[in-house]
Design a binder for this molecule. Structure first.
Ligand code: S3P
Length: 183
């Protein structure tokens, strides 16, 4: 597991990482609410900034999307660092080394929601907004799990095996691990 700084008193910058469908946005929103701090979601920030959907941006090439995603990540880290915040990242944010470096440098806690394949397949079956899953979600998710697990693991300071756990149970566990955040 990697190390993140946890230096400035009670200030918290919590970054959630993990594959599509692992629950980052749902858990992140609940955790931020429970801690009484801001919530940032890189996919939402990209959509707001570009007024385009993830699918439209991928239509312009994955690099275009990743560029906007990097800008969103840096904006979220800046905003969260001013007080405290929880940031839900898109599953592929960790594929860029510069993103990994910035997360490592600036997050106080990096949480990997480590879900099993069945969970990921079932949680991503409800929409068509994830272009990387076109042509067979199970196969694509399995491939991404193989390709990305080492990256998630190397970055994480807290790993949560989410299998069989409710969103509330995961949130409560994280709340107790991360503690009371300053504002
Ligand atoms: C992606 C994950 C998605 C979104 C895009 C690419 C990925 O976010 O950013 O479809 O590469 O894993 P979620 O993990 O929030 O679904």
């Amino acid at each position: 597991m990697g190390e993140a700084h946890d230096q400035v008193g009670a200030r918290k910058v919590v970054v959630l990482i993990g594959l599509m469908g692992s629950g980052k946005s749902s858990v992140g929103r609940r955790l931020a609410h429970a801690l009484g701090i801001g919530f940032y979601d890189t996919d939402e920030l990209v959509a707001t900034a570009t007024k385009k959907s993830v699918r439209e941006l991928f239509g312009e090439g994955e690099a275009t999307f990743r560029g906007h995603e990097r800008t969103a990540l840096l904006g979220a880290l800046d905003a969260a660092t001013k007080g405290s915040g929880v940031i839900a990242t898109g599953g592929g944010v960790i594929t860029r080394e510069d993103n990994r470096d910035d997360i490592r440098r600036r997050a106080t806690d990096i949480v990997w929601l480590d879900a099993d394949l069945e969970e990921l397949v079932s949680r991503t079956s409800n929409g068509t907004h994830r272009p990387l899953l076109d042509g067979g979600a199970r196969g694509k998710l399995e491939e991404m799990q193989r390709e990305r697990s080492d990256l998630y693991e190397s970055l994480a300071t807290i790993r949560v095996a989410t299998k069989g756990q409710s969103l509330s149970a995961i949130t409560e566990f994280l709340q107790s691990r991360i503690g009371t955040a300053g504002r």
